[in-house]
Design a binder for this molecule. Structure first.
Ligand code: IPM
Ligand code: MG
Length: 366
């Protein structure tokens, strides 16, 4: 198979971690007879430096023309980087939001699970972890507060800011369907998260999700208020299978869920539209403090590439091979600094490696 992959290396640790994911894809190509053709696309701070804007029309066109886009991370230190002195619509993050909207990437899949091999990195007590957890956060990605009208103006001499939270039934229905489809391939449980005790948009969300649920009689649906969900994620994470939620709640809950696994450097994500196209990126940020040091964990990006093989190219066997290789390397005791055990004696049982070495080890296990 010939795969045309747009590559947004981005800022901070982005270029380093993306390089390892490309290495892994090339290894897959060699072993299974596929060709990966890469096309570099500028987005984020590096695009601002080169073009003055975080995402050009040419970059959008290049992303659209690719089968899928693999992304590292964008953005810098928000207090010290000059990018954050620019108007909000010219900052690195605006590029990402524009790309999501332009490509209609409404379905954001963020798996969060506990690696057996990394149990000691989980900040929760053993009795809470129990047999571990494995959830998929399905976040609506092109609506809600992120894309509603906003302005800051003086009202009767008082500076006032407005952000608008809008959802229509079509937007809710399409993400809900995706959530139920994914649940059908998992443990068949959907927890729809909203704030229906306060917000109209959440009441509509609940109504439409219930309508969609009628087409999926095998899936158990429950509703949960977002504040309670934030609590349940640290109280009993094992209760969740698919968490289905709107854009802003999903942003917050997915960070919480990934931190609970203790290994944000391990978690992948996919942003999908109605076609086979997808934007694949690690859940973690650009970590400017460790950029260029060769110590960043490339596993989340490598696992994002595995999601790309699975969702865009339907190469399940190849995706399994990547995931299996990651587990193998962890089982072999190799760790990047972020997933090193805290306790001194446990550190002696594993070996710390850098970004490149981790990529090489994963390739060697494919
Ligand atoms: C994320 C990030 C983005 C978001 C930022 C960078 C705009 O936090 O992908 O979760 O809020 O969606
Ligand atoms: Mg976020």
């Amino acid at each position: 198979m010939e795969c045309h992959v747009g590559v947004i290396a981005g800022d901070g640790i982005g270029p380093e971690i993306v390089a390892e994911a490309r290495k892994v894809l090339n290894k897959i190509g060699e072993k299974y007879g596929h060709t990966f053709r890469y096309e570099d696309i500028l987005m984020g701070g590096c695009s601002i430096d080169a073009t003055g804007v975080p995402l050009t029309d040419e970059a959008i066109a290049a992303a659209k023309a690719a089968d899928a886009v693999l992304m590292g991370s964008i953005g810098g230190n928000t207090t010290t980087s000059p990018w954050y002195k620019l108007a909000p619509e010219l900052r690195p993050e605006a590029g990402l939001l524009k790309l999501r909207k332009s490509l209609n990437l409404f379905a954001n899949l963020r798996p969060a699970y506990l690696y057996e091999e990394l149990k000691e990195a989980c900040p929760l007590r053993g009795d809470i972890i129990g047999d571990g957890f494995d959830m998929m956060i399905m976040r609506e990605l092109t609506g809600g507060l992120y894309f509603g009208a906003r302005e800051t103006k003086e009202v009767d001499g008082v500076l006032t800011a407005v952000d608008t939270l809008t959802y229509n039934e079509k937007e809710i229905r399409r993400i809900a369907k995706r959530g139920f489809d994914i649940a059908m391939k998992r443990k068949k449980k959907v927890t729809s998260v909203d704030k229906a005790n306060v917000l109209d948009s959440s009441r509509l969300w609940r109504k439409i999700v219930e309508e969609v649920a009628k087409d999926y009689p095998q899936v158990v649906l429950e509703h949960m208020l977002v504040d309670n969900c934030a609590m349940q994620l640290v109280k009993d994470p094992g209760q969740f299978d698919v968490i289905l939620t709107e854009n802003m709640f999903g942003d917050i809950l997915s960070d919480e869920a990934s931190m609970v696994t203790g290994s944000i450097g391990m978690l992948s994500s996919a942003s999908l539209n109605d076609t086979k196209f997808g934007l694949y990126e690690p859940s973690g940020g650009s970590a400017p403090d460790i950029a260029g040091k060769g110590i960043a964990n490339p596993i989340a990006t490598i696992l994002s590439a595995a999601m790309m093989l699975r969702y865009t190219f339907d190469l399940d066997k190849e995706a399994d091979a990547v995931e299996q290789a990651v587990r193998q390397v962890l089982r072999g005791g190799y760790r990047t600094i972020d997933i090193m055990p805290q306790e001194e004696e446990k550190r002696l049982t594993v070996k710390q490696v850098g970004t490149r070495e981790m990529g090489d080890l994963i390739c060697a296990n494919i």
